[in-house]
Design a protein around this ligand. Structure first.
Ligand code: HAM
Length: 415
């Protein structure tokens, strides 16, 4: 679990702002959900024989002896809340949420035990159009963030029945190649054979590549849904790769699944993943309700943005106000308030704590502010403020105190 330090949070605030702005542009509304749910909810939705439920959940008994779990993902809680508050009955809901998720995985680059997602879920829409809409939304998010090199992989998992047929064929095939499997895959053969396709073990690559393809087992409806999704993406000029081995690590999916992947983060290259889960609402006690959604992994997006660079100055103060002597210090506090009244967007740091010019300017410089505002006794007596650029060229100027806000607005807008 990581601390996000003050040098990192400006990037996070910016990326969260951009992502949620795009989501709102598609008419999705925020829902805020608890971090704790009953353990049963996750077992029933994510699936008993998934890695998450088998070995990654933070589960404990509360004082009443009820088994609770820190949410490993957001979809289950969102569906639970939708059913509980009658949000899903005979209506369309487009929802989003954000916050920390918890999985007791082996930590490594891009994989943490507390991580953060922004997730999106649409309920009550069965057609392929909303699958396409959500993928277009993700593309718009990457564009807003300036992320270029992401690959979209899609697949269809068909319906539960279609997957059942496929599963039987796959097990036959894998049994015939059992000697080539590793221990983990051999175990999955009896518990969750589709997950064998997701193995990262290079020794298995050949066996997996030659395995039967789920796409060959789709019925007419699933096939036409998938074709319509592909056609919609092509019409919107979204590049994608059909990956018939894309199976996802949660059991609730049916039909469309997709992942956005990058090669720039090593093994943990999936920055966003999701798909359709038409059976889940009913499975959790609601009426049959089609649903589709995805979640973005914010640590991975932040890592990509850090690697690209170019946003280092984000969140730095615009100005740092230094003042020398008791009278100037007292006036500086009031001056800062007047400037903030005029410019609500301005980030203005007041030095506070006194000290000589050298020490104060050193702090001003370290703050990464664009300008120092200087108030000494001479400036005070003449009703002016010194404006000193701290980055790049430029001499200190004198600005009339009552014009300071207007001058700052002009200079900072011009940048
Ligand atoms: P997921 O694939 O388990 O799906 O997670 C979505 C994304 O969260 C991943 O692609 C990754 O970027 C990020 N992520 C997952 N685990 C970690 C971790 N340990 N450390 C850092 N980032 C991580 C879901 O959670 C589904 N609820 C998505 C969804 C919503 N499907 C339909 N609606």
């Amino acid at each position: 679990m990581r601390d996000l330090l003050p040098e990192q949070t400006p990037l996070w605030q910016w990326l969260e702002g951009e992502i949620t702005r795009v989501i709102a542009a598609y008419g999705y509304q925020e829902i805020r959900l608890p971090l704790l749910e009953t353990t049963e909810l996750f077992k029933r939705s994510i699936g008993e024989v998934t890695d998450i439920v088998e070995k990654e959940m933070y589960t404990f008994d509360d004082r009443n002896g009820d088994s609770l779990t820190l949410r490993p993902e957001g979809t289950a809680g969102c569906v639970r809340a939708g059913i509980e508050h009658g949000l899903l009955h005979n209506q369309v809901q487009r929802l989003w949420y954000q916050g920390p998720m918890f999985r007791h995985e082996r930590p490594q680059k891009g994989r943490y035990r507390q991580f953060h997602q922004i997730g999106v879920e649409a309920f009550g829409l069965a057609g392929p159009d909303v699958d396409v809409e959500q993928i277009l939304m993700t593309r718009r998010i990457w564009r807003a963030l300036g992320l270029g090199a992401l690959e979209l992989q899609i697949n269809s998992l068909g319906t539960a029945e279609e997957r059942g047929l496929y599963r039987a064929q796959l097990v036959d095939y894998l049994r015939a190649h059992e000697g080539a499997l590793d221990d983990d895959s051999r175990r999955r053969l009896t518990t969750n054979p589709l997950r064998v396709l997701d193995s990262k073990n290079p020794a298995l690559a050949g066996v997996i590549a030659a395995a039967p393809s789920l796409l060959d087992f789709l019925g007419a409806d699933s096939r036409s849904h998938f074709e319509a999704v592909c056609a919609g993406l092509r019409a919107a000029r979204v590049d994608f790769v059909i990956n018939p081995r894309l199976v996802r690590g949660l059991d609730y999916y049916a039909r469309t699944v997709f992942e956005w992947v990058t090669t720039e983060l090593g093994a943990q290259g999936t920055v966003c993943a999701g798909g359709r889960y038409d059976g889940l609402v009913e499975q959790l006690g609601g009426r049959p309700t089609p649903a589709v959604g995805f979640a973005i992994g914010l640590e991975r997006i932040a890592a990509l943005l850090e690697a690209v660079g170019g946003r280092e100055g984000l969140g730095a103060p615009h100005a740092y106000l230094v003042a020398f002597g008791p009278a100037a210090e007292a006036e500086a506090l009031l001056l800062a308030e007047r400037v903030r009244d005029r410019l609500p967007w301005l980030r203005l740091v007041m030095h506070c704590g006194g000290g000589g010019p050298k020490a104060q300017f050193k702090r001003a410089d370290r703050s990464a502010a664009a300008y120092a505002l200087v108030l000494g006794d001479t400036e005070l007596a003449r009703g002016v403020v010194g404006l000193k650029p701290l980055r790049g060229e430029g001499e200190q100027e004198e600005i009339r105190s009552d014009e300071l806000a207007a001058v700052l607005a002009g200079r900072l807008r011009a940048n």
